[in-house]
Structures are given as structure tokens and as C-alpha cells.
Write a protein that binds this ligand. Sequence first.
Ligand SMILES: Cc1ncc(COP(=O)(O)O)c(C=O)c1O
Length: 278
Amino acid sequence: MSRISYVNGRYLPHNQASVHIEDRGYQFGDGVYEVVLVLDKKLVDFALHYKRLRRSLDEISLVFDTTETTIKQILKRLIRSNLINDGLIYMQVTRGVAERAHQFPKNAAPSLVVTAKSIIINAEVEGKKAITTVDERWERRDIKTINLLPNCIAKQKAIENDAYEAIMVMEDGTISEGASSNLWMVNGDNQIITRNASNVILNGITKLALTTLADIHCYKVVEKPFTVDEAINAKELFVTSATAIVTPITQLNNHVIADGKVGPISAALRSSYLERAF
Ligand SMILES: Cc1ncc(COP(=O)(O)O)c(C=O)c1O
């Protein structure tokens, strides 16, 4: 069975799904996106993803006249037609096709592209290695833009170092986030620390959901910046994203975190996130 994808009103076999070469997403990275987790055929935290998509669109002044209900229907149809049980939905809105010029075109219609794929989700995952790298991105990392070149370079560096994630470090020595995730640490007082929302990170939907979950489990979450040194000396480290869910990091560069095993808080948060999501 061929994968089915959505492009501007049409459901097409994945290998025939395409946009014009002068789409501004292709030429300028002029667009925004969301990745939504699907568990047991259901969209996880769709309303929060839609809200962030709307915010990203507003921040780049991209007028996109499509309702939440319409988008949800498209996503649900793709879940059905791709026979997805657990998976990921990718949706991207760009400023559309226009003759190449930097300024925003006056009459271009935005392009909406949605793809869906199945993934295998395990309740338990092994601890992963991460590396640190310099955060070379622009100052509006709160916008989920498709401009991801620095993130791609960082992730490639991680892969070349047999690591799962690249943790990006800012000029002041604090960690912003992962190349495609938010970073969390558990300190000696069992406080769970993750960076506060601001323009220097993408405020993850998984991060938002996990903050509420941690609260329910009576863990204390503190939102503030932390350094590489603090991360290395943490009791536990983990990253979150729609794809990673909660993935423990047991090695940062050459430093083993605590005893090198997956910590109890990371494991508990991952399983309770999955239970809640179902
Ligand atoms: C740079 C960055 N930070 C954080 C996240 C986590 O966001 P979410 O939990 O919404 O997937 C992502 C996800 O792709 C990301 O790319």
C-alpha cells in the first residue's frame, strides 16, 4: 500500500505529492510546521499544536484561512488512509508560490502539506548519548519555522559522534535546547529543571504536557536556564519532543550521567506520558 500525503486540497500517493519549485518554503524557508504524535490512532495534544501553529503563523505574518476543524479532519483522514496506529504527522504551511523576491508576495496562496508515517513506540527506552555544540541559530527560536539548517548541522554532528542528540549551548554557557528537543535535568534535590519559555527555545508541546504531568506526580518542576556543568553533574538528564516523547540521556560528551543507567524519574515520566496519551 502506498503512503498517502496531503498537498493543497489533494490526497496523493506519497511519491506524487509535490509543490512548485518557486514555493517560498523551498526557496526561502518561508514557512512554519508542526509534528504531532499519534498514539492508538489518536492525535496527542492536537489543540496545543494548533495553537502553536497559529502563533508561529502570526509571528511571521502569514495569513492562513483554514480552521482548526478542517486541519483536524485532514490529519484524521491521513491517519486512516495510512493505517496508522502509532505514528507522527508532519504539517507545514508556507507562504506559497510566487516569483522569487525576498519581500512577502501580495497574492500568493499559502501551501499546506501534511504527511503521516507509522512509528514503533516502546514503553521503555535505553539511555542515549548526547553531545554539546554551539547554538548558532537566530534569535526567534520560539517560532517553529522550517528554517532548520543550524539544527540539521547540529544533528549531523551528533550522528557523526555516535550520539542521539546535539545539545545546543549559548554564549553565556547555558543550554538552550536540543537540535530537535527540549532538555531537562534532575538535580540533587530531585527538582526537575527545564529552560523557561522565551525566544531562545522552542516551547515544546511535550514539555508543556510533561510539566502538568510532573505536577500531578508531585515532582517539583523549576523552569530556568542551566549550564553544561550542571547537566553533567545531574542525577538524570532527558529530552522531550513529539518524536522522542521522554528519552533519557545517560552520557553527555565523555561524561557518564550519574551511574549511567536510566533514572527512575525519566522512566516514570515516560510511562505516565504514554499512559496519559492513550
Ligand atoms: C528545536 C526544538 N526544540 C524543542 C522541540 C520539542 O517540541 P515538541 O515537544 O513540541 O515536539 C522540537 C521538536 O521538534 C525542536 O525542534
